[in-house]
Design a protein around this ligand. Structure first.
Ligand SMILES: Cc1ncc(C[n+]2csc(CCOP(=O)(O)OP(=O)(O)O)c2C)c(N)n1
Ligand SMILES: [Mg+2]
Length: 355
């Protein structure tokens, strides 16, 4: 019988602070890859910052901010092959950008427009999951099915600290452990589930400790260190592909933005802790690492940021150029056989909307 040990308590880190803590490095990552990872981070950061502006301008609806979650998303996605599947939650809404999805698609999703629905087969990215944790069994089932077909694919499911209290997480993780599904369960532990703090979420010392109960390794990593996230996920992906089953990765951060645009965290959050987190945010931290390493120059960094801004300008223009959707779409997939009143109600709705 294999024995699963309690999770590493310490957070894995690679990036130093430019002073007392020295920089580490990750085997096998050359300058091109380090820069590609930087581009991914900047693209996600730019997507997020522009989205907040677009929301304030009334151009997208309520939006789940992921500022300072970029390292968790870009670092882990960088460890995957194209054939591997991503199962995002609303917090990873823009992760498809890293798979070539146009920004207009994700922006359309947040505009509540059908142009925001993509075919998962086009990008190996499943639909954005809004119910907490319900995509964990989907990812596990997908991974197991793929294993039975001998495809060599790995699936990754992203979810938050709050999701680890949900039945779906327990069901998915149990199944993954028993069937040795090739899946990475990636928890963004930002220590808040809207206004519920981690200490009210679990009595476990760490979330990674939960892995023991499912018969899988649990690793803890600094969620603002993109290289540590990449390395930990790469190991989890290698295990999964080798047939050794799932891993729970707990990436630790502290949510330093509101839960979403409709939230006021000043009512509950620790402002000092937020200030600390923001001062050490993940994109700047990686940028300084690359500058120290001599892999990136200030001018290159600026050019990459400008490219990302151009992507966003084009994305919002395309999303706004979409003609309004027909209201009948609201009901299209709701009924196998529409009830008798349906036609009348639809006509009434068209009359009210003036469409
Ligand atoms: C099944 C379900 N219950 C409740 C909600 C309402 N809800 C939306 S976000 C959220 C908090 C989730 O926190 P966490 O899992 O830590 O993810 P985070 O938002 O911090 O990334 C809740 C309870 C929901 N979307 N789905
Ligand atoms: Mg959370």
């Amino acid at each position: 019988m294999s024995r699963v040990l309690p999770a590493e308590r310490g957070l894995r880190r690679v990036i130093g602070d430019g002073a007392e803590t020295p920089d580490g490095e990750v085997d096998g990552l050359g300058a091109d890859q380090l820069l590609a990872l930087y581009r991914d981070l900047v693209l996600l950061r730019t997507y997020d910052e522009r989205s907040l502006v677009y929301h304030r301008q009334g151009r997208i609806g309520t939006y789940a901010i992921f500022w300072n979650h970029e390292a968790m998303q870009a670092g882990s996605a960088f460890a995957l092959d194209e054939r591997d599947w991503i199962f995002p939650s609303y917090r990873e809404s823009a992760i498809g950008l890293l798979r070539g999805m146009p920004a207009s698609t994700v922006l359309s999703w947040w505009r509540g427009h059908p142009a925001g629905w993509w075919n998962p087969l086009d990008y190996n990215v499943a639909s954005i999951c809004v119910p907490i944790g319900t995509h964990v069994p989907h990812a596990v089932g997908f991974a197991w099915g793929s294993k039975l077909k001998g495809e060599g694919r790995v699936a990754i499911a992203y979810f938050g600290d709050g999701a680890t209290s949900e039945g779906s997480f327990h069901e998915g993780a149990t199944f993954a452990g028993v069937m040795k599904a090739p899946v990475v369960l990636f928890c963004n532990n930002n220590q808040w589930a809207i206004s519920t703090p981690l200490e009210l979420q679990t009595g476990a010392p760490t979330l990674a400790d939960k892995a023991v109960g499912y018969g899988m390794p649990g690793v803890r990593v600094d969620g603002a260190d993109v290289l540590a996230v990449y390395e930990a996920t790469r190991e989890a992906v290698e295990r999964a592909r080798a047939g050794d089953g799932p891993t729970l990765v707990e990436a630790v951060t502290y949510r330093s933005a509101p839960h979403a645009t409709a939230d006021d965290p000043s009512l509950y959050v620790d402002e000092e802790r937020v200030a600390e987190e923001r001062a050490n945010e993940c994109v700047g931290r990686y940028e300084r690492y690359l500058l120290r390493l001599g892999v990136l120059s200030e001018a290159e960094a600026d050019a990459i940021k400008q490219e990302a801004l151009a992507v966003m300008r084009e994305g919002i223009a395309q999303a706004e150029a979409e003609p309004p959707a027909d209201v009948s779409l609201v009901f299209e997939h709701a009924y196998a056989v529409p009830p008798p009143a349906h036609e009348h109600e639809l006509a009434e709705l068209r009359r009210i909307l003036g469409g």
